[in-house]
Design a protein around this ligand. Structure first.
Ligand SMILES: C[S@@+](CC[C@H](N)C(=O)[O-])C[C@H]1O[C@@H](n2cnc3c(N)ncnc32)[C@H](O)[C@@H]1O
Length: 230
């Protein structure tokens, strides 16, 4: 499917979109504004979010934690109290500026492109939330290979992402192959990558990289993975 490959320009557009979305990003998670679907639907969302958070809370994170694409910190706030050192790597200064743990003494932040970033450091755990769906299919195996290389043997990986139900969200204008057209509240548009990987695809990509992962879902909204580097 060479016609469906994602270019570097598209990845740059995706990152730029998140910088522009930063001021309104949390409306999605907190079900505010256009994302407010009424009490029953919102409660269902928050209940499932709680299940995903529960999976993170029971995962062994160790003391040195790396969070990829932490954004405004919805999940960083649950990592920072458990880590002796937390490293946040995101390409958007605007997103990181809204991350409440970014200024803490034991938290290090780095603004970098995750499609080229690398480090010689090794971590007890690597966490990425609502990120793997933005990784192009042709980069999924290399991505997990990198994650594996950043983990100590026995280290933990945790991730969570949207289920395909998210195509019905109000900021989705169109879907085409592995990309999705998004709109901001001011009407501006942007194209992002959005892949709903199956459990089998994630298990395979992680497994090839030496990470044994188990995939769960919360029902309607979220899929999560917990695994360990062999
Ligand atoms: C869907 S948000 C997820 C944010 C957060 N993890 C959460 O759960 O809400 C995607 C994040 O990826 C970041 N991002 C997008 N492209 C990136 C890239 N090429 N390198 C690093 N970060 C990138 C965005 O700035 C944004 O913070």
């Amino acid at each position: 499917m060479t016609e469906d490959l994602v270019s570097d320009e598209q990845l740059a557009e995706q990152l730029d979109y998140y910088s522009r979305r930063a001021p309104e990003y949390d409306d999605w998670w907190l079900r505010r504004g256009a994302f407010d679907k009424g009490k029953a639907e919102n409660d269902a969302w928050f209940a499932e979010a709680g299940l995903a958070l529960g999976a993170l809370q029971t995962a062994e994170l160790g003391s040195e934690v790396l969070e990829l694409a932490p954004g405004t910190g919805t999940w960083s706030v649950h990592l920072a109290p458990r880590a002796a050192r937390l490293t946040l790597v995101d390409g958007s200064a605007a997103m990181l500026a809204r991350n409440p743990v970014a200024g803490l003494p034991h938290v290090r932040t780095e603004i970098a492109d995750l499609f080229t970033w690398d480090t010689g450091d090794r971590y007890d755990s690597v966490v990425f939330t609502f990120w793997v769906s933005h990784v192009p299919r042709e980069r999924l195996r290399p991505f997990f290979a990198k994650v594996s290389s950043w983990l100590r043997p026995g280290g933990t990986v945790f991730f969570v992402d949207d289920s395909p139900a998210s195509v019905a969200e109000p900021h989705v204008a169109a879907v085409a192959g592995q990309t999705m057209r998004r709109r901001l509240s001011n009407g501006d548009g942007a194209t992002v990558v959005k892949n709903f990987y199956t459990a089998g695809e994630l298990i395979d990509a992680a497994g090839r990289a030496g990470i044994d992962v188990q995939i769960g879902d919360t029902g309607r909204f979220f899929q999560f993975g917990v695994g360990h580097r062999r």
